[in-house]
Write a protein that binds this ligand. Structure first.
Ligand code: SME
Length: 161
């Protein structure tokens, strides 16, 4: 699948008549399928009141990290900074939560509704340095679409309420 085909599939899901949780789960599956180096793809939803990240839809193995405090791990750091983070080699990270021993690199991209950080897209890879310029550019394009079309429903109270 090339980038144009990926975007066409993503648009197909975004604009379908479906429940938001189902759409996000499908986006995870499509992204996971897009790149064989992506081993786990999921969304964490920000609970600002309790300063906790709450696991949302994902594609890949179950994870015990369903709740992550702000500040802990890569995701928790992005909760505080609001900026994307790429761990090229998780073995070199001092603040990292392992979901699976096979994971070698990870990217976390914040999802915004307007100015508000509402969620994060988290992707693991079993390959070191899986998130190069090309991957990052495609993932940013996908996240821009999520920001524009889906993020309104991703506020914690709406999503889990
Ligand atoms: N590795 C992440 C935790 C989430 S799992 O990868 C699904 C972190 O360090 O925040």
């Amino acid at each position: 699948m090339n980038e144009a085909e990926l975007i066409a599939q993503i648009d197909g899901v975004i604009f379908a008549e479906k429940d938001l949780k189902q759409k996000l789960a499908e986006l995870c599956r499509i992204l996971n399928n897009f790149n064989p180096d992506f081993s786990w793809v999921g969304f964490y939803i920000m609970n600002h009141q309790q300063r906790l990240l709450h696991l949302g839809p994902y594609w890949g193995n179950d994870t015990e990290h369903r709740l992550i405090p702000f500040g802990r791990g890569i995701c928790g750091q992005v909760a505080d900074s609001g900026e994307s983070y790429i761990a090229e080699n998780v073995a070199e990270e001092s603040n990292y939560i392992a979901c699976n021993v096979d994971v070698k690199s990870e990217i976390v991209i914040p999802i915004f509704h307007g100015e508000t950080l509402v969620a994060q897209l988290d992707i693991d890879s079993n390959v070191v340095n899986a998130f190069g310029e090309e991957e990052v550019s495609i993932l940013n394009r996908v996240c821009d679409k999520i920001n524009h079309h889906l993020s309104e429903g991703m506020h914690y109270a709406k999503f889990f309420g």
